[in-house]
Write a protein that binds this ligand. Structure first.
Ligand code: ATP
Length: 238
């Protein structure tokens, strides 16, 4: 069986700086896969390349048997691959509901869009309570929920989440992480980028450790969680 997402020998450079150095990894349907690594390891660059916002200088990206590394970003979304970006990137002047609806831009099944809006409000009640308010008034954690809700509005088969726990309180972080598990239970495949290695590895079927642009280690999440190298470098243990 071929994987849902396959990244082969991916290299991405900003001018002369090679941020991602010929990495290969895959995500099987139904899995939660995590990429962990410290600042500047190349995690965001990898996700932005998969979603068509950056072009690789070498290598290929395949999604559901189709090569996507030269496709426009909106074409990739249409195929069922959504991205909840780092730093949220919501539209502050638009209302919560308008932000959510932007996630559904490639769809025209209006009845189902309404159902999905209600599902987003069920999952994150604060979004429903404040649906008519400008999103710019939201706290960081609320903006994170909105970014996730927006990605869900495209009904993705695979959802990429870039550091969903960044800047969140422990309670909010738990909420976001349990949402990851809920999405998986509903059949969504997840590629999760996290600096919080512990939270990510606990939930991941498989994890890849990225260091200065290269994958240095990979394995089932629970194995990496007890791996000495990971514990020392990412879990702050001696
Ligand atoms: P973080 O967790 O801090 O976001 P990351 O693992 O997501 O880190 P990237 O943001 O992908 O890492 O950055 C990888 C490398 O590419 C870093 O050395 C970074 O400085 C560099 N880089 C990222 N964006 C650009 C850019 N637009 N121009 C030049 N270099 C960049």
């Amino acid at each position: 069986m071929t994987a849902m997402l396959e990244v082969k020998e991916l290299e991405v450079a900003y001018g002369k700086i090679v941020a991602v150095k010929r990495i290969s990894f895959s995500v099987e349907q139904g899995q939660v896969v995590t990429l962990i690594g410290t600042n500047g390891a190349g995690k965001t660059t990898t996700l932005r390349t998969i979603s068509g916002l950056l072009r690789p200088t070498h290598g290929e990206v395949w999604f559901q048997g189709e090569r996507i590394d030269q496709m426009a970003a909106h074409e990739i979304v249409k195929r069922g691959l959504a991205h909840s970006p780092e730093g949220r990137r919501i539209f502050p002047k638009l209302t919560v509901e308008e932000n959510l609806l932007l996630g559904a831009f490639a769809r025209n099944d209006h009845g189902a869009i309404k159902t999905d809006l209600d599902a987003a409000y069920d999952l994150f009640p604060i979004l429903g309570e404040r649906r008519k308010q400008p999103a710019g008034t939201f706290s960081g954690g609320e903006q994170q929920m909105l970014a996730m809700g927006r990605a869900m509005m495209s009904r993705p088969k695979l959802m990429m989440l870039d550091e969903p726990s960044m800047g969140l309180s422990p309670i909010m972080m738990k909420r976001i992480m349990s949402t990851v598990s809920e999405l998986q239970a509903q059949g969504t495949t997840i590629l999760l980028v996290e600096q919080n290695a512990q939270a990510a590895l606990k939930r991941a079927d498989h994890g890849y450790v990225l260091e200065v642009g290269s994958i240095v280690l990979n394995g089932p999440g629970r194995e990496l969680l007890v791996n000495d190298q990971v514990r020392k470098a990412y879990l702050g243990e001696d």
